[in-house]
Write a protein that binds this ligand. Structure first.
Ligand code: NAP
Length: 520
């Protein structure tokens, strides 16, 4: 039997009782390691993190905790090669895709280390200036942010075992809040190894970072009023988290990042040969293939004027046809595997569900796998669907509702010259993480922004002047907000120091100016 990865709780490495669940190589089908959390004393684990980890973190200042984040980043950087190997084996990713996860996590830690350093040697933060409460300025109110005295429980999705941990842990630890991470079982190995390296390096106070690998059973039951839970995953599991008594009865603060039907929009004024069309085609192809489309931010719906349907379909298909799919260990391969058979079947089911309302413009099955056995490897080629004309886009409800979590996107034409039609179609996604706009007219692009910003966490605007500068539709930058309203879960993460709000409580302090002057 393969190695059983231990959990790290209450300052100890502990294996679960029993044989656990096997993690597999999605390309070769081999068993890699096992995880198991059965029999752990969860109450003791949460109490230790809350009391020991929390007290030790809160004794430090923001600048001191920021320095720790910087040191954590250095440890991860030093062990980067091992992470790449684990990711290739367990996630089936090519190097460029591993970079999005591993290097993206390290970059995010580094960003919060810098942001935190600037907060200085203080233990809580002011929120705005003091405001007088009456005619006499002597008695005023000052709002402050104080770190919550609880734990941050992270229940994460399978697609970002590295970045998914560090994009949440960086602001939590900087805030002085201990973290318990429960990675998705399918890809827990990379998260466990990173936590092990950081714990072994002795940078963080004991109890500041714990990891529980395996089933989520009982985790939510441990939460108390000052704890927070951050969930990333499917809408179905999100509904269970939201309705748990810890949330409904104890006001445990919850952040949800769920699924999302992200879109890309080409403005109606663009013509077939315009640079904006080329930029859209390039970005959509990239979004479909990076991490085999297993990105919560990936473009799923591509809105274009119906007169450009055939031209965009041809340009995109030609680009996608060049994608070599298969074993990520082969240097010629550009797109590796989905993470497991469950996801492979889920993508097949999703395509079958969309099939009656779409046509297949580029078929993933036309890609012969390189160095991989199609009977074993969970690899799928990129598939471009389309609804053909504007009437078809109106009739096709499924493309606005079904997130196929793989290398799949749909061309959704709107009536020529009718931006309102395009906006109405985008809004049928019922709230998304991100949409990207493509056009060369700055004022036309700006006019669209307030039409979509209420229903999206992020708008990524690509005009020819930023062709070589923009950071990519799907790349989540720590400086910008990540999360989206409605269907996307209603969560907010990152956005620079805004991320710290989730881990702090805001209070109004009403006192004399003399007392407030001493508040630092
Ligand atoms: P999932 O099945 O909902 O699982 C997510 C996490 O929840 C896993 O750690 C899972 O553990 C755990 N879990 C399962 N049942 C639970 C329960 N009853 N109580 C508490 N936790 C439970 O989602 P997934 O398939 O891993 O992730 C894919 C989805 O995540 C996609 O829809 C994608 O759009 C979304 N996603 C969103 C974002 C974002 O930032 N918005 C980012 C990435 C992914 P086990 O693995 O042990 O079952």
């Amino acid at each position: 039997m393969t190695e059983l990865l231990p959990n790290y709780v209450a300052g100890q490495w502990l294996s679960g009782k029993g044989t656990g669940t096997a993690l597999h190589d999605p390309v070769l089908g081999t068993e890699l390691v096992r995880v198991n959390a059965e029999g752990l004393d969860l109450a003791a684990a949460f109490a230790f993190a809350r009391h020991n980890g929390g007290a030790a973190l809160r004794a430090l200042t923001y600048a001191q905790r920021a320095a720790m984040l910087g040191a954590v980043g250095k440890v991860l950087q030093a062990n980067r090669d091992a992470y790449y190997e684990i990711s290739t084996a367990n996630c089936g990713t090519v190097k460029n895709d591993t970079a999005v996860d591993v290097d993206g996590g390290i970059y995010t830690l580094g960003t919060y280390a810098k942001l935190g350093e600037a907060l200085g040697d203080v233990h809580f933060m002011h929120d705005g200036d003091a405001t007088r409460l009456g005619k006499d300025p002597l008695f005023q109110t000052q709002h402050v942010y104080t770190p919550t005295r609880g734990v941050a429980l992270f229940i994460n999705a399978f697609n970002f075992p590295s970045w998914g941990l560090w994009e949440k842990a960086a602001p939590a630890l900087l805030s002085g809040v201990p973290v318990i991470i429960k990675p998705a079982t399918a890809t827990a190995w990379l998260t466990q190894r990173m936590v092990k390296d950081v714990v072994d390096a002795g940078i963080l106070p004991v109890g500041a970072l714990s990891i529980i690998c395996g089933s989520a059973d009982g985790l939510m039951d441990q939460l108390e009023p000052f704890d927070v839970v951050s969930f990333t995953g499917s809408a179905q599991t999100a509904a269970l988290i939201r309705s748990h008594p810890a949330v409904t009865h104890k006001s445990v603060r919850v952040n949800i990042e769920a699924d999302s039907l992200n879109s890309a929009l080409l403005l109606p004024t663009e013509t077939r040969d315009s640079e904006a069309v080329a930029l859209l085609v390039k970005e959509v192809a990239r979004e479909m293939t990076v991490k085999s489309g297993q990105k919560c931010t990936a473009i799923r719906r591509v809105l274009i004027p119906e007169s450009l349907y055939d031209a965009v379909a041809q340009a995109l298909s030609a680009r996608l046809a060049k994608t070599t799919v298969g074993n990520p260990r082969n240097e010629s391969v550009r797109m590796g595997a989905l993470v497991n058979r469950v996801q492979f079947n889920s993508v097949s089911d999703g395509l079958a569900y969309l099939q009656p309302q779409t046509e297949r413009l580029h078929d993933g099955q036309s890609h012969a796998l390189v160095d991989a056995d199609p009977l074993i490897a969970c690899c799928v080629g990129p598939t471009l669907l389309g609804t053909r004309d504007a009437a078809g886009s109106d009739a096709a409800d499924r493309v606005h509702d079904e997130e196929v979590f793989g290398p799949v996107a749909t061309l959704v034409p709107y009536r020529n010259g009718d931006i309102d039609h395009a906006l109405a179609l985008i809004r049928r996604g019922q709230g998304s993480l991100v949409t990207s706009l493509y056009g060369s007219d700055a004022s036309a692009l700006a006019r669209v922004i307030p039409e979509l910003s209420d229903s999206h966490g992020r708008l990524h605007v690509v005009s020819p002047d930023v062709a070589a500068l923009h950071t990519g539709h799907g790349n989540v930058m720590p400086q910008s907000l990540h999360g989206g309203p409605g269907r996307a879960g209603g969560g907010e993460e990152l956005g620079g120091l805004r991320a710290l709000n989730f881990y702090h409580r805001r209070s109004a302090i009403q006192a004399s100016t003399a007392v407030l002057a001493n508040l630092n």
